[in-house]
Design a protein around this ligand. Structure first.
Ligand SMILES: [Zn+2]
Length: 246
């Protein structure tokens, strides 16, 4: 059956990452099924930010990471799986990662988490919107910080916060060891790294963050970046042109 862009494709039960396969690339979103932890990845908004929805099927609780836009589509997935959002987690404060937050908050009442080093960037939302030539999204408040070493839970699954500055001062990555997954925001991409030429960017810091905190994770960790296809830590250590050994 052909998959229309943006359409929910249902449980694939393949128990492995199906990102980047030719059949999935045509779809705007992917579904990863793993031991009762649902993980849907939805490419949202004009810049196709990868929004992750994690849902624990034992307790019906969910975490939404980077609802950059399309809050209605995110809501549809939550309703389809009968999930209650417990946290909205932002890898950083760029507009393409946060555009859907206000609407999702109004629908779910869930608290919003951001590293406080990105608060100045959040304050520049109007500038960011002007830079992209889009209307500024509705403002929202940050309820709690994301700090290095913080751990939060969804059922029995732990989400570890890694502060990985460089793309922005408050960029974080989320490491989920039990799932062997990393949500890398705009810090690490397949065969690339995040840009550092926007306000608050720092080229030395992003290299240091990735070397010290991400490439030290197990090689079989699946990496889901903020845009584009997934990868693994092992792949990036070997092939990423910014890090590979020559
Ligand atoms: Zn960004």
């Amino acid at each position: 059956m052909p998959v229309r862009t943006g359409e929910f494709t249902g449980h694939c039960k393949c128990n492995q990452l199906c990102l980047g396969s030719s059949s999935n690339r045509r779809s705007a979103h992917h579904h990863i099924y793993n031991r009762g932890m649902m993980h849907e990845i939805l490419a949202v908004g004009m810049l196709a930010c990868n929004c992750s929805i994690f849902g624990d099927e034992s307790n019906g609780e969910a975490i939404v990471v980077d609802p950059g836009d399309d809050a209605g589509k995110i809501q549809e997935i939550l309703q389809k799986h009968n999930l209650t959002v417990k946290r909205i987690v932002l890898t950083h404060a760029h507009i393409d990662h946060i555009g859907g937050v206000a609407e999702l908050v109004s629908k779910t009442g869930a608290p919003v988490y951001l590293n406080f080093d990105d608060l100045p960037i959040l304050d520049q939302l109007d500038w960011q919107a002007g830079w992209l030539g889009v209307p500024a999204p509705k403002r929202f408040k940050i309820d709690a910080p994301l700090r290095e070493g913080d751990i939060f839970r969804l059922g029995v699954t732990q989400f570890h916060v890694l502060h990985t500055p460089g793309h922005t001062p408050g960029s974080v990555s989320l490491w989920i060891p039990q799932e062997k997954k990393l949500i890398s925001g705009d810090t690490l991409f397949r065969d690339s790294i995040g840009r550092t030429d926007l306000p608050g960017g720092d080229a030395q810091k992003i290299l240091q963050s990735i070397r010290q905190k991400l490439l030290t994770l197990p090689a079989d960790t699946i990496v889901m970046p903020g845009h584009g296809p997934g990868t693994t830590i092992g792949w990036e250590k070997q092939y990423n042109p910014f890090f590979r050994e020559r």
